[in-house]
Design a protein around this ligand. Structure first.
Ligand SMILES: [Zn+2]
Length: 316
């Protein structure tokens, strides 16, 4: 068998990485000086260029200070893994495609997801914002310590989750979503949905005075007190959109958030049985995917830019 990673070229991967990391020429990661001289190649990875900074005298190379530095796997495996994550393959599928061990792949994917999430500044939402929550069944798969602490045996079958609204404790954590119409989304896994839990989040993410649409669940009832204009849609009356001013536009709805939940559901489908320890990573990653407005192959560049240089929006 010829694994995909054998067909990927390290030299090309380094070219791409240098182009994204230093679009205006190599700069010292420590003092940002561009007085940099080449100092030969890495002995084990010949595509990896070494440099010396003429200003501060430090030595560095293509990977210094990036998430890819000091890794056992060659760069082409990391970039191949990132590409496949953009196609939304499960860790198990990525391991298979790259001919890697599953534990190594799990670690690599966790580091990549965490790096991407850390690079994204938390958006501030304004204009018209919808808030809503869903509940995702998530146990402690792969975390036997946590299962033991709950005083029960590990399960062989899929978790069903407790009926009704969930909590983290009941292994059906609430996922709280805030989305600006035509804009960005912010997702958080919460322990529960109480006013005191959502208040600091709402106030950190949504600009004061914003018009916020929600359903009639009472956790949202104090939004006016917290400094927001608030409109509700009553799901129990079968009312999903209301035309308040009679102009034919049905603006009181949380359809944007509900449409988003169905995208999230499809995105999470290949990753069976995500544990509650890992769920925030998957949510944060999908938040990034949604906010850069790319899918599939188009995601590789924004993901690499995020990992190499921090947030970059709307790159071609
Ligand atoms: Zn320097």
């Amino acid at each position: 068998m010829i694994p995909l990673s054998m067909l990927l070229d390290d030299a090309k991967c380094y070219d791409v990485l240098r182009g994204l990391r230093w679009p205006d020429g190599v700069a010292c990661p420590c003092c940002q000086s561009s007085q940099v001289s080449k100092q030969g190649r890495d002995t084990t990875q010949p595509a990896r260029q070494k440099y010396r900074c003429g200003a501060c005298g430090r030595h560095f190379d293509d990977l210094t200070g990036t998430i890819f530095a000091g890794r056992h796997q060659p760069l082409r495996v990391w970039i191949g893994g990132l590409y496949l994550m953009g196609l939304n393959l499960s860790n198990c599928q990525v391991a298979h495609e790259l001919d890697l061990n599953e534990d190594d792949t799990q670690r690599m994917a966790t580091q990549l997801r965490s790096g991407i999430i850390a690079s994204e500044p938390t958006p501030i939402l304004s204009g018209k914002v919808e808030c809503d929550e869903v509940y995702i069944v998530a146990g402690h798969k792969g975390h036997p310590e946590a299962v033991r602490k709950k005083g029960r045996k590990g399960r062989c079958r899929r978790l069903k989750g407790a009926p009704g609204r969930g909590t983290l404790e009941k292994e059906k954590p609430p996922i709280f979503g805030m989305i600006e119409r035509g804009g960005q989304v912010v997702l958080r896994m919460l322990e529960n949905v109480q006013q005191k839990t959502i208040r600091p989040l709402v106030q950190a993410i949504i600009a004061p005075g914003t018009l916020v649409y929600t359903d009639e669940y009472d956790i949202y009832s104090r939004l006016p007190e917290w400094g927001y204009d608030h409109k509700t849609v009553c799901h129990s009356r079968g009312e999903y959109a209301r035309d308040e001013d009679g102009d034919g536009f049905h603006e009181v709805h949380v359809n944007t958030m509900e449409g988003f939940w169905s995208l999230l559901r499809s995105w999470l489908r290949p990753h069976r049985g995500i544990s509650q320890e890992n769920l925030p990573l998957y949510l944060g990653f999908f938040q990034f995917v949604h906010n850069v407005r790319r899918r599939g192959r188009g995601l590789l560049q924004p993901m690499l830019c995020a990992l190499l240089t921090g947030p970059v929006r709307n790159t071609v």
